[in-house]
Ligand binder design. Sequence first.
Ligand SMILES: [Fe+2]
Length: 243
Amino acid sequence: MNDRGYYDLHLHVLPGVDDGARTVEAGVEMLRGLHDLGYRHFVATPHCDDQRWPNDQATLVEAHRRLLEAIDGCGLEVEVLLGAEYTYGPRFHAHVTEKRAMTLASSRYLLVELPEAFMPATMPQTLFDVGGHGYYPVLAHPERCKPFHDDVSRLADLANGRALVQVSFRSLAGTFGRTIKKTAWRLVTDEIADLVATDCHDPRELRKVVRPVLLALQSRLDPDHLDRLMHRFPARMIHPPTA
Ligand SMILES: [Fe+2]
């Protein structure tokens, strides 16, 4: 396996468990396309929320197993580990306080998307409390949160020492409009973003979203910055060096 390969710590590739890949074949197609673009390591992050996708370990393990079996069957050289993308809400709080949250590849890192319309004043304390339960939050596409659009330093202040900032390819591509696209690029170029992730839901996004954004990142960022965002930093999160 190419050890300099890119890491993607946020994509919806498990079959039939959320609004991502509908079938194993669609999941494999996504992984094959990402492999061809230089990715080798993935953490599958199905939605986990209170209404539409009340997933937990039990609902995801079988879908993960089926995908791994298909990858093996076609000889695709990729690593696909299991995680989840929590929506901020009661299920998230319950899993955290009961210490049974599904982290990224069994690390201490916990992917969570914050409310987009407003930011509760208690959020800094909440993130701190999540840390108190042994988890380190990773904020999924915070560029979509309105309170940060006028002033990205508010996000930097919120995340400082409490959470990591993960910007999504879909935002960088303009899928959610110009304001979110501008905020997303600002977070990357101002080096507030710790990570970038595809948040890929469908094989069709490979051509429309992932490839053009990857080319833009490769041309706009210096190689060391890109390597830190897409290889070094995520690699240390998922595969920390052993003493
Ligand atoms: Fe997502």
